[in-house]
Design a protein around this ligand. Structure first.
Ligand SMILES: *[C@@H]1O[C@H](CO)[C@@H](O)[C@H](O)[C@H]1NC(C)=O
Ligand SMILES: *[C@@H]1O[C@H](CO)[C@@H](O)[C@H](O)[C@H]1NC(C)=O
Length: 184
């Protein structure tokens, strides 16, 4: 990892010839910036210059901790200065914690690119939890889910009451009453 607090504006990789190593004995030279937890060195990776590019044909992930370095988010009592970038709807400003600066992010329940006009779009939580069961804990709903701008509503199914988001919907009529109604 690059040291915390250091600001890196560009990077490059160069290889210097080493008189002690011949090209034949060590023909592979790789250089990449990659998320450190993601890559484990293996001898296999040295067996030919196409091993890595075949193994990771889609590329390797790297984490960019970027920020605008020409200021910070405006404070509650300061006016927005010219050139300030978090000006799109449905986005907000975050002060960088790794070094001086700030970046923008979409508001909660919005997703997308906060740097382009209308880049932050409402998340359809109901559709997402429908399509992806992994997201059901993130967007809980034990009832009828309905998307709205900046969130979603979740009601108990007809004939039930309670808090459908907390999953506490119960039958409106007590069991005994229902049984009686059923007899008539
Ligand atoms: C690297 O090794 C660690 C520990 O064995 C493992 O958890 C991780 O998934 C490995 N990463 C890759 C990209 O293989
Ligand atoms: C960001 O930092 C500035 C300067 O320290 C401060 O005035 C502002 O309140 C902070 N804004 C946020 C959103 O944290």
């Amino acid at each position: 990892a690059f040291p915390k607090g250091s600001i890196l504006n560009r990077f490059g990789v160069t290889f210097e010839p080493d008189n002690n190593t011949s090209w034949e004995s060590s023909p592979c030279l790789y250089g990449m910036v990659v998320e450190s937890s993601w890559y484990n060195f293996s001898d296999e990776d040295m067996r030919g210059y196409e091993v890595l590019s075949n193994k990771y044909s889609r590329g390797v992930p790297m984490v960019l901790d970027f920020a605008f370095r020409d200021g910070s988010c405006p404070g509650a009592d300061s006016s927005v200065r010219p050139g300030y970038r978090c000006v799109n709807g449905n986005s907000s400003c975050v002060n960088s914690t790794s070094a001086e600066g700030y970046f923008c992010k979409c508001l909660e329940h919005y997703d997308g690119n906060p740097y382009i006009p209308n880049g932050c779009q409402d998340i359809n939580e109901c559709e997402l939890r429908e399509q992806n069961p992994d997201l059901r804990d993130l967007y809980p709903c034990d009832g009828i889910c309905k998307n709205r701008l900046g969130g979603y509503d979740c009601r108990c199914k007809p004939g039930m009451k309670g808090d459908a988001i907390k999953g506490t919907c119960t039958e409106k009529l007590p069991l005994a009453a229902k049984v009686t109604v059923g007899k008539h």
